[in-house]
Design a protein around this ligand. Sequence first.
Ligand SMILES: *[C@@H]1O[C@H](CO)[C@@H](O)[C@H](O)[C@H]1NC(C)=O
Ligand SMILES: *[C@@H]1O[C@H](CO)[C@@H](O)[C@H](O)[C@H]1NC(C)=O
Ligand SMILES: *[C@@H]1O[C@H](CO)[C@@H](O)[C@H](O)[C@H]1NC(C)=O
Length: 387
Amino acid sequence: MRTLAWAWLACVAMAGVADAGRKPNVMLFLADDLGIGDLGCYGNTTIKTPNIDRLASEGARLTHHLAAAAMCTPSRAALLTGRYPVRYGLEQGHSGFPLPVLVHISSQAGLPADEVTIASALAASNYTTALVGKWHLGLNCTLFGRSCPGPLNHGFQSFFGIPVSLFQEFRGPHAFWKFPLHDRKFQGLAVAWVTAVVSLFLARRRNVLGGCGGVLLLLATHLILGLLWFTFAHLSMNDECRLGVSSWFMRYANSHLMRGDQAVEAPIQLDGLSQRLVEESRTFLKTHAHDETPFFLMHSFAHVHTPMFSAAHMAGRSRHGRYGDNVEEMDESVGGVLNTLAELGLADNTLVYFTSDQGGPSRPWTPTASASEVTTDASKVRTRARL
Ligand SMILES: *[C@@H]1O[C@H](CO)[C@@H](O)[C@H](O)[C@H]1NC(C)=O
Ligand SMILES: *[C@@H]1O[C@H](CO)[C@@H](O)[C@H](O)[C@H]1NC(C)=O
Ligand SMILES: *[C@@H]1O[C@H](CO)[C@@H](O)[C@H](O)[C@H]1NC(C)=O
Protein backbone atom coordinates (compact mmCIF):
# COMPACT_ATOMS: atom_id res chain seq x y z
CA MET A 1 0.00 0.00 0.00
CA ARG A 2 1.29 3.44 -0.94
CA THR A 3 2.20 5.53 2.04
CA LEU A 4 0.71 8.71 3.43
CA ALA A 5 0.01 9.99 6.91
CA TRP A 6 -3.57 8.86 7.35
CA ALA A 7 -5.58 10.59 9.99
CA TRP A 8 -4.83 12.92 12.81
CA LEU A 9 -6.48 11.05 15.59
CA ALA A 10 -6.26 7.36 16.06
CA CYS A 11 -6.22 4.71 18.70
CA VAL A 12 -4.79 1.40 17.63
CA ALA A 13 -4.95 -1.77 19.67
CA MET A 14 -4.14 -5.43 19.30
CA ALA A 15 -3.36 -7.63 22.23
CA GLY A 16 -1.19 -9.99 20.20
CA VAL A 17 -1.42 -12.34 17.31
CA ALA A 18 -2.63 -15.53 18.93
CA ASP A 19 -2.89 -17.71 15.88
CA ALA A 20 0.26 -17.46 13.80
CA GLY A 21 -1.39 -19.47 11.02
CA ARG A 22 -4.15 -16.99 10.28
CA LYS A 23 -3.56 -13.42 9.31
CA PRO A 24 -5.01 -10.90 11.80
CA ASN A 25 -8.49 -9.52 11.27
CA VAL A 26 -8.72 -5.77 10.75
CA MET A 27 -11.42 -3.58 12.25
CA LEU A 28 -11.56 0.09 11.31
CA PHE A 29 -13.82 2.50 13.18
CA LEU A 30 -14.31 5.80 11.39
CA ALA A 31 -16.07 8.71 13.11
CA ASP A 32 -17.56 11.60 11.16
CA ASP A 33 -16.49 15.19 11.98
CA LEU A 34 -15.28 14.30 15.46
CA GLY A 35 -13.01 16.88 17.12
CA ILE A 36 -9.85 15.65 18.79
CA GLY A 37 -10.75 17.47 22.00
CA ASP A 38 -14.00 15.57 22.41
CA LEU A 39 -12.59 12.28 23.67
CA GLY A 40 -11.48 11.39 27.17
CA CYS A 41 -8.20 9.91 25.93
CA TYR A 42 -7.33 13.28 24.37
CA GLY A 43 -8.06 15.20 27.54
CA ASN A 44 -11.80 15.80 27.60
CA THR A 45 -13.07 15.54 31.16
CA THR A 46 -16.75 16.25 30.58
CA ILE A 47 -17.70 13.89 27.74
CA LYS A 48 -17.57 10.25 28.76
CA THR A 49 -15.89 7.95 26.23
CA PRO A 50 -14.76 4.95 28.30
CA ASN A 51 -14.67 2.47 25.40
CA ILE A 52 -12.49 4.58 23.13
CA ASP A 53 -10.34 5.49 26.13
CA ARG A 54 -9.85 1.79 26.85
CA LEU A 55 -8.79 1.22 23.26
CA ALA A 56 -6.20 3.98 23.68
CA SER A 57 -4.92 2.71 27.02
CA GLU A 58 -4.57 -0.87 25.78
CA GLY A 59 -2.94 0.18 22.52
CA ALA A 60 -1.32 3.25 21.04
CA ARG A 61 -2.66 6.78 21.01
CA LEU A 62 -1.45 8.80 18.06
CA THR A 63 -1.26 12.55 18.55
CA HIS A 64 0.10 13.84 15.24
CA HIS A 65 -1.55 11.93 12.49
CA LEU A 66 -2.94 14.13 9.74
CA ALA A 67 -5.98 13.91 7.49
CA ALA A 68 -5.33 14.67 3.82
CA ALA A 69 -8.36 16.98 3.57
CA ALA A 70 -10.81 18.76 5.85
CA MET A 71 -13.99 17.48 4.16
CA CYS A 72 -15.55 14.04 4.14
CA THR A 73 -15.24 12.89 0.54
CA PRO A 74 -11.55 13.69 -0.05
CA SER A 75 -10.39 12.77 3.47
CA ARG A 76 -12.17 9.39 3.30
CA ALA A 77 -10.74 8.75 -0.14
CA ALA A 78 -7.24 9.40 1.18
CA LEU A 79 -7.80 7.17 4.19
CA LEU A 80 -8.90 4.27 2.00
CA THR A 81 -6.37 4.66 -0.78
CA GLY A 82 -3.31 6.10 0.96
CA ARG A 83 -3.09 8.66 -1.87
CA TYR A 84 -3.74 12.37 -1.97
CA PRO A 85 -7.33 12.90 -3.21
CA VAL A 86 -6.25 15.59 -5.68
CA ARG A 87 -4.44 12.87 -7.67
CA TYR A 88 -7.74 11.36 -8.73
CA GLY A 89 -10.00 14.40 -8.92
CA LEU A 90 -11.62 14.37 -5.49
CA GLU A 91 -10.79 17.94 -4.57
CA GLN A 92 -12.50 21.27 -4.50
CA GLY A 93 -12.85 23.18 -7.75
CA HIS A 94 -11.98 20.33 -10.04
CA SER A 95 -13.90 20.37 -13.31
CA GLY A 96 -17.00 18.22 -13.10
CA PHE A 97 -16.65 18.10 -9.34
CA PRO A 98 -17.24 21.64 -8.12
CA LEU A 99 -17.92 20.82 -4.47
CA PRO A 100 -15.42 19.32 -2.05
CA VAL A 101 -17.99 16.72 -1.03
CA LEU A 102 -20.51 14.65 -2.92
CA VAL A 103 -24.02 15.90 -2.23
CA HIS A 104 -26.44 13.76 -4.23
CA ILE A 105 -26.79 10.03 -4.62
CA SER A 106 -27.26 10.54 -8.34
CA SER A 107 -23.87 12.24 -8.70
CA GLN A 108 -21.64 10.46 -11.16
CA ALA A 109 -18.46 11.73 -9.49
CA GLY A 110 -16.66 9.46 -7.09
CA LEU A 111 -13.59 7.47 -6.27
CA PRO A 112 -12.27 6.16 -9.61
CA ALA A 113 -12.72 2.44 -10.06
CA ASP A 114 -9.00 1.82 -10.62
CA GLU A 115 -7.86 3.19 -7.25
CA VAL A 116 -6.61 0.52 -4.84
CA THR A 117 -8.36 0.77 -1.46
CA ILE A 118 -7.56 -0.98 1.83
CA ALA A 119 -10.63 -3.10 1.14
CA SER A 120 -9.62 -4.15 -2.36
CA ALA A 121 -6.04 -4.89 -1.25
CA LEU A 122 -7.25 -7.03 1.65
CA ALA A 123 -9.90 -8.73 -0.48
CA ALA A 124 -7.11 -9.69 -2.88
CA SER A 125 -5.40 -11.36 0.11
CA ASN A 126 -8.53 -13.43 0.73
CA TYR A 127 -9.96 -11.22 3.46
CA THR A 128 -13.74 -11.07 3.79
CA THR A 129 -14.55 -7.36 3.60
CA ALA A 130 -17.55 -5.34 4.73
CA LEU A 131 -18.57 -1.73 5.14
CA VAL A 132 -21.17 -0.83 7.73
CA GLY A 133 -22.20 2.84 7.90
CA LYS A 134 -21.25 5.86 5.90
CA TRP A 135 -19.58 5.66 2.47
CA HIS A 136 -19.67 9.09 0.74
CA LEU A 137 -17.30 8.22 -2.13
CA GLY A 138 -19.75 7.95 -5.00
CA LEU A 139 -22.28 5.32 -6.02
CA ASN A 140 -21.96 5.21 -9.79
CA CYS A 141 -25.60 4.10 -10.22
CA THR A 142 -26.66 2.52 -13.47
CA LEU A 143 -29.29 4.23 -15.61
CA PHE A 144 -32.47 4.84 -13.57
CA GLY A 145 -30.61 3.88 -10.40
CA ARG A 146 -31.53 0.21 -10.48
CA SER A 147 -28.12 -0.72 -9.12
CA CYS A 148 -25.77 1.56 -7.21
CA PRO A 149 -22.64 -0.47 -6.49
CA GLY A 150 -20.64 2.25 -4.65
CA PRO A 151 -18.45 0.47 -2.08
CA LEU A 152 -19.01 -2.84 -3.87
CA ASN A 153 -16.92 -1.41 -6.71
CA HIS A 154 -14.04 -0.73 -4.34
CA GLY A 155 -13.27 -4.00 -2.59
CA PHE A 156 -16.13 -4.21 -0.10
CA GLN A 157 -18.03 -7.46 -0.53
CA SER A 158 -20.98 -6.19 1.48
CA PHE A 159 -22.40 -2.83 2.43
CA PHE A 160 -25.12 -1.68 4.80
CA GLY A 161 -25.44 2.01 5.47
CA ILE A 162 -25.61 5.56 4.25
CA PRO A 163 -24.50 6.15 0.68
CA VAL A 164 -23.76 9.89 0.80
CA SER A 165 -23.82 11.86 4.03
CA LEU A 166 -26.34 12.90 6.61
CA PHE A 167 -27.84 16.30 5.96
CA GLN A 168 -29.81 18.62 8.16
CA GLU A 169 -32.77 18.16 5.77
CA PHE A 170 -32.99 14.44 6.61
CA ARG A 171 -34.96 15.48 9.66
CA GLY A 172 -38.36 15.91 8.07
CA PRO A 173 -41.05 16.20 7.17
CA HIS A 174 -40.79 19.12 4.76
CA ALA A 175 -43.59 20.74 2.79
CA PHE A 176 -44.01 19.58 -0.79
CA TRP A 177 -46.82 21.99 -1.70
CA LYS A 178 -45.77 25.60 -1.44
CA PHE A 179 -46.52 28.77 -3.26
CA PRO A 180 -44.74 31.65 -1.50
CA LEU A 181 -46.48 34.66 -3.00
CA HIS A 182 -43.86 37.09 -1.69
CA ASP A 183 -41.45 35.57 -4.20
CA ARG A 184 -41.43 37.28 -7.63
CA LYS A 185 -41.14 34.01 -9.54
CA PHE A 186 -44.26 32.64 -7.91
CA GLN A 187 -46.11 35.93 -8.49
CA GLY A 188 -45.26 35.61 -12.19
CA LEU A 189 -46.43 32.02 -12.17
CA ALA A 190 -49.75 32.97 -10.57
CA VAL A 191 -50.33 35.73 -13.15
CA ALA A 192 -49.44 33.34 -16.01
CA TRP A 193 -51.81 30.72 -14.66
CA VAL A 194 -54.75 33.12 -14.22
CA THR A 195 -54.11 34.65 -17.66
CA ALA A 196 -53.95 31.23 -19.33
CA VAL A 197 -57.12 29.96 -17.70
CA VAL A 198 -59.09 33.16 -18.38
CA SER A 199 -57.93 33.28 -22.04
CA LEU A 200 -58.88 29.65 -22.59
CA PHE A 201 -62.24 30.25 -20.97
CA LEU A 202 -62.95 33.31 -23.16
CA ALA A 203 -61.73 31.51 -26.27
CA ARG A 204 -64.15 28.72 -25.57
CA ARG A 205 -67.02 31.12 -24.85
CA ARG A 206 -66.43 32.77 -28.22
CA ASN A 207 -66.16 29.41 -29.94
CA VAL A 208 -62.56 30.03 -31.04
CA LEU A 209 -61.65 26.67 -29.58
CA GLY A 210 -64.00 23.81 -30.17
CA GLY A 211 -64.18 20.16 -29.12
CA CYS A 212 -61.11 18.62 -27.52
CA GLY A 213 -58.81 21.48 -28.52
CA GLY A 214 -59.67 23.57 -25.47
CA VAL A 215 -59.26 20.67 -23.04
CA LEU A 216 -55.90 19.66 -24.53
CA LEU A 217 -54.64 23.21 -24.40
CA LEU A 218 -55.76 23.48 -20.78
CA LEU A 219 -53.91 20.26 -19.89
CA ALA A 220 -50.78 21.36 -21.74
CA THR A 221 -50.83 24.73 -19.95
CA HIS A 222 -51.16 23.01 -16.59
CA LEU A 223 -48.34 20.61 -17.38
CA ILE A 224 -45.96 23.40 -18.35
CA LEU A 225 -46.94 25.62 -15.41
CA GLY A 226 -46.75 22.61 -13.07
CA LEU A 227 -43.22 21.82 -14.20
CA LEU A 228 -42.26 25.45 -13.76
CA TRP A 229 -43.77 25.42 -10.29
CA PHE A 230 -41.78 22.28 -9.36
CA THR A 231 -38.59 23.88 -10.63
CA PHE A 232 -39.24 27.08 -8.70
CA ALA A 233 -40.32 25.25 -5.53
CA HIS A 234 -37.78 22.43 -5.40
CA LEU A 235 -34.87 22.95 -7.74
CA SER A 236 -32.62 25.79 -6.70
CA MET A 237 -35.10 28.53 -7.54
CA ASN A 238 -35.94 29.94 -4.11
CA ASP A 239 -34.30 31.03 -0.89
CA GLU A 240 -35.00 27.77 0.86
CA CYS A 241 -32.96 25.70 -1.63
CA ARG A 242 -29.53 24.70 -0.41
CA LEU A 243 -27.09 22.51 -2.31
CA GLY A 244 -29.22 22.92 -5.42
CA VAL A 245 -32.53 21.54 -4.14
CA SER A 246 -35.27 22.15 -1.57
CA SER A 247 -35.38 20.44 1.82
CA TRP A 248 -38.18 18.18 0.61
CA PHE A 249 -36.24 17.15 -2.47
CA MET A 250 -33.02 16.61 -0.47
CA ARG A 251 -34.75 14.23 1.92
CA TYR A 252 -36.78 12.50 -0.77
CA ALA A 253 -33.83 11.90 -3.09
CA ASN A 254 -30.94 11.28 -0.71
CA SER A 255 -32.14 9.96 2.63
CA HIS A 256 -31.77 6.32 1.70
CA LEU A 257 -30.38 3.43 3.68
CA MET A 258 -28.75 0.85 1.46
CA ARG A 259 -27.97 -2.82 1.59
CA GLY A 260 -25.56 -3.89 -1.12
CA ASP A 261 -26.40 -1.93 -4.24
CA GLN A 262 -30.07 -1.29 -3.37
CA ALA A 263 -31.94 1.22 -1.23
CA VAL A 264 -33.84 -0.60 1.53
CA GLU A 265 -35.26 2.29 3.54
CA ALA A 266 -36.28 5.82 2.59
CA PRO A 267 -36.31 8.17 4.31
CA ILE A 268 -33.86 6.85 6.88
CA GLN A 269 -35.24 6.38 10.38
CA LEU A 270 -32.49 8.35 12.12
CA ASP A 271 -33.18 7.76 15.82
CA GLY A 272 -31.78 4.37 16.67
CA LEU A 273 -29.69 4.18 13.50
CA SER A 274 -26.46 3.80 15.52
CA GLN A 275 -27.82 0.71 17.25
CA ARG A 276 -28.86 -0.80 13.93
CA LEU A 277 -25.38 -0.26 12.54
CA VAL A 278 -23.88 -1.92 15.62
CA GLU A 279 -26.24 -4.87 15.19
CA GLU A 280 -25.13 -5.20 11.59
CA SER A 281 -21.44 -5.24 12.55
CA ARG A 282 -22.09 -7.79 15.28
CA THR A 283 -23.91 -10.04 12.84
CA PHE A 284 -20.97 -9.79 10.45
CA LEU A 285 -18.52 -10.70 13.23
CA LYS A 286 -20.63 -13.66 14.35
CA THR A 287 -20.96 -14.91 10.78
CA HIS A 288 -17.24 -14.74 10.03
CA ALA A 289 -15.68 -15.39 13.45
CA HIS A 290 -14.66 -18.93 12.61
CA ASP A 291 -14.00 -18.66 8.89
CA GLU A 292 -10.71 -19.97 7.57
CA THR A 293 -9.94 -16.57 6.12
CA PRO A 294 -9.60 -13.33 8.10
CA PHE A 295 -11.94 -10.34 7.80
CA PHE A 296 -11.79 -6.60 7.33
CA LEU A 297 -14.71 -4.74 8.84
CA MET A 298 -15.06 -0.99 8.46
CA HIS A 299 -17.60 0.46 10.87
CA SER A 300 -18.13 3.99 9.63
CA PHE A 301 -20.28 6.02 12.01
CA ALA A 302 -23.13 8.30 11.06
CA HIS A 303 -22.10 10.20 14.21
CA VAL A 304 -21.20 12.89 15.07
CA HIS A 305 -22.34 14.70 11.91
CA THR A 306 -25.41 16.95 11.81
CA PRO A 307 -28.33 16.47 12.24
CA MET A 308 -27.64 15.25 15.73
CA PHE A 309 -29.84 12.32 16.60
CA SER A 310 -29.69 9.59 19.19
CA ALA A 311 -31.67 6.71 20.62
CA ALA A 312 -34.06 7.57 23.47
CA HIS A 313 -31.76 6.15 26.16
CA MET A 314 -28.88 8.43 25.10
CA ALA A 315 -30.82 11.66 24.59
CA GLY A 316 -29.99 14.33 27.15
CA ARG A 317 -27.34 12.26 28.92
CA SER A 318 -24.24 14.31 28.35
CA ARG A 319 -23.29 17.73 29.64
CA HIS A 320 -22.80 19.06 26.11
CA GLY A 321 -26.26 18.90 24.59
CA ARG A 322 -27.02 16.84 21.54
CA TYR A 323 -23.42 16.98 20.35
CA GLY A 324 -22.18 15.43 23.59
CA ASP A 325 -24.97 12.83 23.46
CA ASN A 326 -23.79 11.91 19.99
CA VAL A 327 -20.17 11.46 21.02
CA GLU A 328 -21.25 9.29 23.94
CA GLU A 329 -23.59 7.25 21.78
CA MET A 330 -20.76 6.68 19.33
CA ASP A 331 -18.55 5.51 22.18
CA GLU A 332 -21.29 3.14 23.26
CA SER A 333 -21.32 1.72 19.71
CA VAL A 334 -17.55 1.18 19.83
CA GLY A 335 -18.05 -0.69 23.11
CA GLY A 336 -20.84 -2.81 21.63
CA VAL A 337 -18.72 -3.98 18.71
CA LEU A 338 -15.59 -4.51 20.85
CA ASN A 339 -17.58 -6.61 23.34
CA THR A 340 -18.73 -8.86 20.54
CA LEU A 341 -15.13 -9.21 19.33
CA ALA A 342 -14.15 -10.29 22.84
CA GLU A 343 -17.11 -12.65 23.28
CA LEU A 344 -16.24 -14.38 20.02
CA GLY A 345 -12.63 -14.81 21.14
CA LEU A 346 -11.38 -12.56 18.33
CA ALA A 347 -9.86 -9.74 20.40
CA ASP A 348 -6.37 -11.22 20.39
CA ASN A 349 -6.19 -11.59 16.66
CA THR A 350 -7.83 -8.38 15.52
CA LEU A 351 -6.13 -5.11 14.76
CA VAL A 352 -8.49 -2.32 15.84
CA TYR A 353 -8.05 1.21 14.58
CA PHE A 354 -10.27 4.12 15.58
CA THR A 355 -10.07 7.46 13.82
CA SER A 356 -12.10 10.43 12.60
CA ASP A 357 -12.31 11.48 8.97
CA GLN A 358 -11.05 14.95 9.92
CA GLY A 359 -11.54 17.54 12.62
CA GLY A 360 -14.70 18.79 14.23
CA PRO A 361 -16.92 21.51 12.79
CA SER A 362 -15.23 24.90 12.92
CA ARG A 363 -18.15 26.60 14.67
CA PRO A 364 -19.83 25.42 17.84
CA TRP A 365 -22.92 23.45 17.08
CA THR A 366 -26.22 25.10 17.94
CA PRO A 367 -29.70 23.66 17.52
CA THR A 368 -30.52 26.23 14.83
CA ALA A 369 -27.30 25.95 12.81
CA SER A 370 -27.90 24.32 9.46
CA ALA A 371 -25.46 21.79 8.08
CA SER A 372 -24.06 24.40 5.70
CA GLU A 373 -23.09 26.62 8.60
CA VAL A 374 -21.29 23.82 10.35
CA THR A 375 -18.48 23.28 7.91
CA THR A 376 -15.02 22.07 8.60
CA ASP A 377 -12.14 24.44 8.47
CA ALA A 378 -8.71 23.17 7.53
CA SER A 379 -6.73 25.61 9.69
CA LYS A 380 -8.73 24.59 12.74
CA VAL A 381 -8.05 20.94 12.05
CA ARG A 382 -4.36 21.62 11.95
CA THR A 383 -4.43 23.57 15.19
CA ARG A 384 -6.43 20.90 16.91
CA ALA A 385 -4.21 18.19 15.55
CA ARG A 386 -1.30 19.66 17.41
CA LEU A 387 -3.00 19.14 20.75
C1 LIG B 1 -15.17 18.46 25.88
O1 LIG B 1 -15.86 18.57 24.65
C2 LIG B 1 -16.85 19.56 24.61
C3 LIG B 1 -17.57 19.48 23.28
O2 LIG B 1 -16.69 19.67 22.21
C4 LIG B 1 -16.21 20.93 24.84
O3 LIG B 1 -17.22 21.91 24.86
C5 LIG B 1 -15.47 20.90 26.15
O4 LIG B 1 -14.79 22.12 26.31
C6 LIG B 1 -14.47 19.76 26.18
N1 LIG B 1 -13.85 19.71 27.49
C7 LIG B 1 -12.52 19.73 27.64
C8 LIG B 1 -12.03 19.67 29.03
O5 LIG B 1 -11.76 19.79 26.68
C1 LIG C 1 -18.73 3.71 -13.21
O1 LIG C 1 -19.06 2.49 -13.84
C2 LIG C 1 -18.58 2.37 -15.16
C3 LIG C 1 -19.06 1.04 -15.69
O2 LIG C 1 -20.42 0.89 -15.49
C4 LIG C 1 -17.06 2.45 -15.16
O3 LIG C 1 -16.58 2.41 -16.48
C5 LIG C 1 -16.61 3.77 -14.51
O4 LIG C 1 -15.22 3.78 -14.39
C6 LIG C 1 -17.23 3.88 -13.14
N1 LIG C 1 -16.88 5.17 -12.56
C7 LIG C 1 -16.54 5.32 -11.29
C8 LIG C 1 -16.24 6.73 -10.85
O5 LIG C 1 -16.47 4.40 -10.50
C1 LIG D 1 -6.27 -17.02 -1.57
O1 LIG D 1 -6.93 -18.27 -1.58
C2 LIG D 1 -6.60 -19.08 -2.69
C3 LIG D 1 -7.47 -20.31 -2.66
O2 LIG D 1 -7.64 -20.79 -1.36
C4 LIG D 1 -5.09 -19.41 -2.63
O3 LIG D 1 -4.72 -20.19 -3.74
C5 LIG D 1 -4.31 -18.09 -2.65
O4 LIG D 1 -2.91 -18.37 -2.48
C6 LIG D 1 -4.74 -17.18 -1.53
N1 LIG D 1 -4.12 -15.89 -1.70
C7 LIG D 1 -3.46 -15.27 -0.72
C8 LIG D 1 -2.84 -13.96 -1.07
O5 LIG D 1 -3.39 -15.73 0.41
